[in-house]
Design a protein. Structure first.
Length: 288
């Protein structure tokens, strides 16, 4: 059994690179995912993950499979959609979630169209679902660099981001840091979605942010504990998905998301905070 756990990483460099990429995504994704949940923006993250597709697709059509051009294209597209959604929400009757959902559908369709016209079905599957097993050294360095920038930036922005998520009115009365912190957070979110795109594709990248965070909510009330648990869940689900993909010859990205989903479903029922079991026990104590 232990041989089945360690042998793939001992024998194959691509498995070690994939595991290192997952570790980087877990470290930066855990606090971002918890903040997304705290600010009730999980669906915003989903919308932005699809919004980066046209940028990466246009870069692919012009420059081919160029890591830096596709990264820049995805970042610019995600930033543009974020700004457009914000402007429309402030100048029209639509709310920001509705405008973002509209742009995300258009972006997804446009990106798929561009990739389909320029590339093959294999290229399209790579864009949509990624290929973490194909991470090369340059991509791994990019993902690790984005994770490092994210952790340093969050260390500087953490207090105003948490206050803005819990009580934005109070933050506005004591500080003007709420708006800069918000835009800094959104830039970090787009960067991490671009990093996740290289490993998991545009359809699955946000899952590595959201699923560990919502799972951690069933195991802790303290914010710091939630971030720690989310990181552990992300790494555990990623490792389980990698091993499942290796031994069962199934797609790696979906296997990782399903592993994370399994942990989430189990937590819904047995987690100590707000789960089905915890709620049932609390109800029995109140009536007992």
């Amino acid at each position: 059994m232990l041989d089945g756990l360690f042998a793939p990483f001992v024998e194959f460099a691509f498995m070690r690179r994939a595991l290192a990429g997952i570790l980087a995504l877990a470290l930066s994704g855990a606090p971002l995912g918890v903040l997304l949940m705290l600010r009730r923006m999980s669906l915003t993250g989903d919308g932005l993950s699809h919004a980066i597709l046209p940028g990466t697709a246009i870069a692919y059509a012009v420059f081919g499979l160029s890591l830096w051009h596709m990264t820049l294209g995805g970042f610019l597209a995600g930033g543009a959609i974020m700004l457009l959604a914000g402007v429309m929400a402030r100048t029209t009757m639509l709310k920001e979630d509705a405008t973002l959902a509209s742009f995300y559908l258009i972006s997804l369709a446009l990106g798929v169209m561009i990739v389909s016209l320029r590339g093959s079905n294999v290229d399209l599957m790579h864009f949509l679902f990624g290929s973490v097993l194909a991470l090369d050294d340059a991509t791994l360095l990019l993902v690790a660099g984005i994770a490092s920038v994210t952790l340093v930036s969050l260390a500087l922005l953490w207090r105003p981001l948490v206050l803005d998520g819990l009580d934005p009115g109070f933050l506005r009365t004591v500080s003007r840091s709420g708006t800069p912190a918000y835009f800094g957070f959104m830039i970090l979110l787009v960067l991490n979605l671009v990093a996740g795109f290289h490993a998991l594709g545009t359809l699955l990248a946000v899952g590595f942010l959201v699923l560990p965070a919502v799972t951690a909510r069933f195991w802790a009330r303290d914010l710091s504990a939630m971030v720690l648990i989310a990181g552990i869940v992300a790494l555990s689900g990623g490792l389980a998905g990698l091993l499942l993909s290796y031994h069962a010859s199934v797609p790696t990205g979906p296997a990782m998301i399903l592993a994370l989903g399994s942990i989430f479903v189990a937590s819904v029922f047995v987690g100590p905070v707000g789960s089905v079991l915890a709620t049932h026990r609390a109800g029995r104590h109140r009536t007992g």
